[in-house]
Write a protein that binds this ligand. Structure first.
Ligand code: GTP
Length: 348
């Protein structure tokens, strides 16, 4: 079985985390989100992957290559200019001659792909869309459907609540519908392709088996995803904080007087010095150094981060290779090598 992953967006709302990498390459507990998604797809027998790339495609290609290290076959379809979610699907059409999955690559969910495929076949649908229920659908694409589970209408960011079910960005397509998507220009699957298919009488089924869903579209959501991982609301393969409160990949050096307050995730080669207090809710990427007397809580540190003695961080994101030198207290800030930016704590 094949899947097409849309990985070409600019991820503007997630800046500055996307200044140097595309959104699907942002790490979730030490691994790029895309690695985590590919791993789950493989568990469901989906082992031939097409990556539809545009923004910073080299970062993705050099990381995954032909996919063989993950036991997958990966093809790349590059766009010269952003074709949008629908245009990207059309542009990859030559790879698909049977039912195939399409995924927005910026989401984490607990969708059971095997069950979704069974549902799609039972419904004899041209397209199946996974939906998830949210209290406030006003910022999303909302789908109305009938009692038999077929879509009736699509509305983007509606003012009035017509349904609490939103498009989860995971689809199954029959290859026959690809002919309906215009080529050579930007097309939105949500705004143009799905409404057009409905108008032309195609059957779009709605799959409701998605209880956990989160996109990492903004820094606030990025922090929230980690919070959900720590509480167990989001299940990540290999990591279960109910079983162990501190996950340490090898070679962490933790000084005798440092205190770890789980849940905490430590990458390879982390060093935590005298009297530092780390946790709860902290990710430290590979080779992180937490200087003596530092306090870090509810924060995500990427690889090769160095905090000098005495810094205090709460609710922060620190990207690769940042060195925080001022001994100060930081709350809800994003650090990159070139900039800092605030995170809105009320949106987490
Ligand atoms: P924002 O700029 O913050 O809106 O993010 P985005 O550009 O990633 O857009 P959005 O969140 O709507 O994208 C959803 C998914 O589709 C993500 O996985 C994107 O990588 C992908 N995507 C969005 N636009 C394109 C595109 O033009 N081409 C391709 N190949 N993928 C896209």
């Amino acid at each position: 079985m094949k899947a097409l992953l849309l990985v070409g967006g600019k991820g503007t709302r997630l800046r500055p985390l996307t200044d140097r990498r595309p959104k699907p390459m942002v790490p979730i507990m030490g691994k790029p989100l895309l690695t985590r998604t590919l791993y789950v797809l493989k568990q469901h027998g989906i082992d031939e992957i097409v990556l539809s790339t545009c923004y910073k495609s080299d970062v993705i290609k050099s990381y995954f290559g032909d996919g063989s290290q993950l036991g997958l076959t990966i093809h790349y379809v590059d766009e010269d200019f952003p074709l949008g979610t629908g245009g990207a699907i059309k542009n990859s059409a030559k790879y698909f001659d049977d039912s195939f999955f399409v995924l927005n690559a910026d989401i984490l969910s607990n969708i059971n792909f095997t069950e979704m495929l069974r549902f799609h076949r039972r419904k004899k649908a041209d397209v199946t869309i996974a939906v998830t229920r949210v209290n406030d659908p006003s910022a999303y694409g909302v789908i109305e459907f009938d009692k038999d589970g077929y879509a009736l209408s699509f509305r983007e960011k509606p003012q009035k609540i017509i349904s609490h079910f939103i498009n989860a960005g995971v689809y199954i397509f029959e290859p026959g519908v690809l002919a309906k998507i215009p080529s050579g220009r930007a097309v939105s699957v949500e705004r143009e392709v799905f409404p057009g298919l409905l108008e032309s009488g195609r059957k779009i089924a709605v799959y409701k088996g998605c209880n956990y869903w989160m996109d990492i579209g903004t820094p606030e959501k990025y922090i929230k995803v980690h919070h959900d991982g720590f509480t167990g609301k989001l299940q990540l393969p290999e990591i279960n904080f109910r079983q162990r409160s501190v996950y340490s990949r090898f070679n962490a050096r933790i000084s005798g007087s440092a205190i770890l307050r789980g849940p905490v995730y430590l990458g390879k080669g982390v060093r935590i010095e005298e009297g530092a207090v780390v946790g709860p809710g902290v990710v430290i990427g590979d080779n992180g150094v937490i200087g003596s007397g530092c306090r870090v809580s509810r924060s995500v540190l990427w690889n090769n981060v160095n905090l000098t003695d005495g810094s205090k961080l709460t609710g922060c994101i620190v990207t690769d290779s940042c060195r925080i030198e001022n001994i100060s207290e930081y709350r809800h800030e994003i650090f990159t090598p070139d900039s800092t930016k605030n995170i809105n704590p009320l949106a987490i």
